[in-house]
Design a protein around this ligand. Sequence first.
Ligand code: ATP
Ligand code: MG
Length: 381
Amino acid sequence: MELLLIKYASEIFLKGQNRGRFEKKLKENIKNVLKGEEYTFKTDQNRWFIETENLSSVKEKVKKVFGVYEVCVVKKTERDIEKIKEAALSIMLEKASGTTFKVITKRADKKFPMNSMEFSGLLGAHILRNTEGITVDIKHPDFPLEVEIREEAYIYVSKEKAIGGMPYGINGSTMLMLSGGIDSPVAGFLMAKRGIEIHSVYYHSHPYTSERAKDKVKELASILAGYTGKMYLHVMPFTEIQMEIMDKCPENELTIIMRRFMMKCACALADKYNIQSVTTGESIGQVASQTMEALVVSDDAGDRPVFRPLVAMDKVDIMEISEWIGTYETSILPYEDCCTIFVPKHPVTKPKLKYILEHEKALDSDALVARAVEGTEVFEL
Ligand code: ATP
Ligand code: MG
């Protein structure tokens, strides 16, 4: 019988209590992604298996669950030497001749009557005797034939790399500033992959930014929700804030003050929903508003940790991830965003906090932020 073996990273680096938490969450997330599939979940001495008629569709779904690092289609037999020999031979007979192999036995159950080396030798000899044109290559075999002896025996020759990371929801929460661009969905994906629960906020400058721009962000959020299970998108009205800044602050400081307001609004919303941190898609030096000085001045406006997972990445590498996760095609649709409408001719690239704070005094910041939070629409995707 064929089963799916699920390997997860906890065996490498987690100990004690963390391991229990990790496994519980991962199992829950796998069950969520398999809703609607017929399957049974089995464990055998710390290994996880799924038995199902739809092996390939289940495998593709499980491969995308954060925390799973490898999946293997395995043959299960009783823990009986003759049965294992038969199953191993049938796997190798399916492979064309002209290939090389090597047997690797792992004995979780030391009561098995033969040690791993002896058993690998016995199986290898059985395969060589009963096949043609298949040879052993200890160093670089085409097919490392793995045999795991537990309560039952499991035999397999191929492993597929899964998405990796940590179970979604295990490592706290963050408010992702999600624009319609290429970067912020990638930033959100990377945080989610690390087990951090993502909530998104989009600053919408009606009527300067269109409904289509908003729909594009909703579409990006729903692509991310394909990885996380679900996602809340908060659409915040940002026009009043931008108008006030234009009206009352020096022209060359519009961008940095606007970015400070984005930070204040994200933190206020995070506070309302008990979310621990903020994430942006900024990358150092990518544009004039992403200098070290500008990031420092932006951070000053917030009251919780700000994560920028793309800070040290090149744009081409960010684009590659964006294509891989499926957000790129949507991100490049040409709808305006709020930052491109209110662009100063000569923005300060090295803002000084002292002056910015002075000029911000012209605004009633708390009231502006409170009204924006008040007017926020929430979508569940
Ligand atoms: P992106 O591709 O993510 O839009 P970008 O390179 O275009 O990034 P900016 O427009 O300067 O850079 O924005 C930097 C970051 O600020 C974005 O990655 C995003 O996290 C946040 N941001 C910008 N505009 C918005 C918006 N309208 N709503 C929410 N967040 C925004
Ligand atoms: Mg942008």
